[in-house]
Write a protein that binds this ligand. Structure first.
Ligand code: TXE
Length: 495
């Protein structure tokens, strides 16, 4: 009997009897994981109303007390880490070590945000007038919508939810449909922590129905969205109609630049992890290797040799290096890009769906490497799969030119032993994140995360920057002179 979940609204799990439902599947085996409600616009509106009712009391709750609740949620996640990691792996397909990493990132971030409850810093600055005090305070926005993808099915929701909650907002959470079971675990942590009813609501269902309702509804004051660039653009345009704050975290086409003085064995481990970890389905995945001509052939030899011993299979098996891609949609999109690559570039490794035996039940794609000129589609468009485009360059200037000549700007990396060049690259690379002697992945929760160009619209998640996303800055003037003082006018005449 398939496990069945309802919506979480006003602190209760409700299962509307006539609801349309959808199921999630294990992308490695095809087994059904669980069944969920495909919510209607009315049900989405009920969740918005619940969040709206809960807002005044939550806003009044002192932020350190909100932090206590977050700490309890983090403890719940910590106690159930292994169980939740297995759900992540079964539903999304990343290997178990990465499933654990997903949950650990959630724990780290929720704990970090709990501490923000004792900060939420504003500024105090001098006034131009006597006996006058000027400061800023941070206030919540109100009801916020968190719309999330499937690739970090607990970490990305927690990035948004914990930052929104500590800031005093109430939430309607709409997860990606294919990882709805993971979303249930996210919500359960806050439920177990004693979050008051209505502060966090979960509405499962399609983006075009539930997501669209959340974006259009006048009581939703902010939308935090992570997903594909086309959907993100649509969300931005529609959110603009309501003059809402829309935070977008979209894709990447992240380069590793490998210079001729790089530590090649170190870079090998980094490129393998960056390109093929999570089957390449990270927004920060290394999808381009910009390789100096002097080390081009030796490095590619090393890379393909290591891939020969790479193990694909059930991601719950600890010996497996790479699991399936997340869904049939993903498989088809990636295979379509591989077909394009075969037309416009030279296939160096892989390049096919993995078939035979147990593989036939899942969505497995070989780790794939293309040697390509810069400018081809596979060298410029986000593939979001285990496909690495290798581009030969003859010096640093060309490497940076190639690295920057894409529409995205999320993560970037350089391997070099030349300290001057490393610092040069920190300035030159057009991206929100630059790594030196490490691959393009490896975010830490206490630092801002986000990118430039088509990667987003200027905001940053994580770190203390996350608070900016979910708060309004109020400026306060306190005049204790007991007389009317006029800024600009009195200050001018006193000078
Ligand atoms: O994302 P979508 P998908 C990229 C990646 C991937 C592609 C498609 O290239 O192959 O996007 O993935 C909700 N209004 N990334 O289809 O459609 C949707 O239900 C409001 C990169 O999964 O963008 C889900 O909750 N919401 C990315 C969320 O948006 C809508 C991570 C993301 O779905 C909506 C994921 C609508 N009209 C995908 N339509 C990254 N940067 O890491 C859909 N949604």
């Amino acid at each position: 009997m398939t496990e069945q979940f309802g919506l979480f609204v006003q602190g209760r799990w409700t299962d509307p009897p006539e609801a349309r439902r959808f199921e999630t599947k294990n992308p490695a085996t095809g087994e059904t994981i669980a069944s969920f409600v495909s919510a209607t616009p009315e049900q989405a509106r009920a969740a918005i109303e619940a969040a709206h009712r809960a807002f005044p009391a939550w806003k009044e709750t002192p932020a350190p007390q909100r932090g206590e609740i977050l700490l309890r949620a983090a403890r719940h996640l910590r106690e159930r880490k292994e169980e939740i990691a297995r759900i992540v792996t079964r539903e999304m397909g990343k290997v178990l070590a990465e499933g654990r990493g997903d949950v650990q990132e959630s724990i780290d971030f929720v704990e970090y945000m709990a501490g923000e409850g004792r900060r939420l810093v504003g500024e105090t600055v001098p006034s131009e007038l006597r006996s006058k005090f000027c400061l800023t305070i941070r206030q919540p926005k109100g009801v916020v919508a968190c719309i999330t993808p499937w690739n970090f099915p607990t970490a990305i929701p927690n990035w948004k939810i914990a930052a929104a909650l500590i800031s005093g907002n109430t939430i309607v959470f709409k997860p990606a449909s294919n990882t709805a079971r993971c979303a249930v675990e996210v919500v359960r942590a806050y439920e177990a922590a004693g979050l008051p009813p209505g502060v966090l609501n979960l509405v499962t269902g399609s983006g075009s129905v539930v997501g669209a309702e959340l974006i259009a509804h006048p009581k939703v004051r902010a939308v935090s969205f992570t997903g594909g660039v086309d959907t993100g653009r649509d969300v931005y345009v529609r959110g603009a109609q309501g003059l809402k704050m829309v935070h977008l975290e979209l894709g990447g086409k992240n380069p590793v630049i490998l210079m001729d003085d790089a530590d090649l064995p170190l870079a090998l481990d980094g490129v393998l992890f960056g390109a093929f970890g999570t089957s390449g389905q990270r927004c920060t995945a290394t999808s381009r290797l910009i390789l100096h001509e002097k080390v081009y052939e030796p490095f590619l030899e090393m890379l393909t040799k290591r891939l020969d011993s790479f193990r694909l299979g059930d991601p719950l098996d600890p010996k497996v290096d790479m699991g399936p891609v997340a869904s049939l949609d993903q498989e088809q999109k990636i295979l379509a890009y591989i077909a394009i690559g075969k037309q416009e570039a030279k296939l160096r490794y892989g390049g096919a769906k993995v078939t035979g035996g147990a593989f036939d039940r899942g969505h497995f794609v070989q780790p794939t490497i293309f040697e390509t000129a810069h400018g081809t589609r596979i060298s410029k468009e986000e593939i979001f799969g285990p496909v690495l485009s290798v581009i030969r360059v003859h010096d640093y200037a060309e490497a940076v030119r190639v690295a920057n000549d894409v529409d995205y700007g999320l993560s970037s990396s350089i391997y070099t032993r030349d300290v001057n060049r490393a610092f040069r690259a920190m300035q030159d690379l057009e991206a929100g994140i630059t790594y030196v002697n490490a691959p393009t992945i490896g975010a830490e929760v206490q630092l801002p995360f986000g990118g430039i160009k088509n990667t987003g619209n200027g905001g940053r998640e994580a770190g203390s920057a996350a608070i900016e996303e979910f708060t309004e800055l109020k400026t306060v003037f306190v005049d204790f002179s007991a007389k009317l003082q006029k800024a600009q006018i009195d200050a001018e005449s006193a000078a």
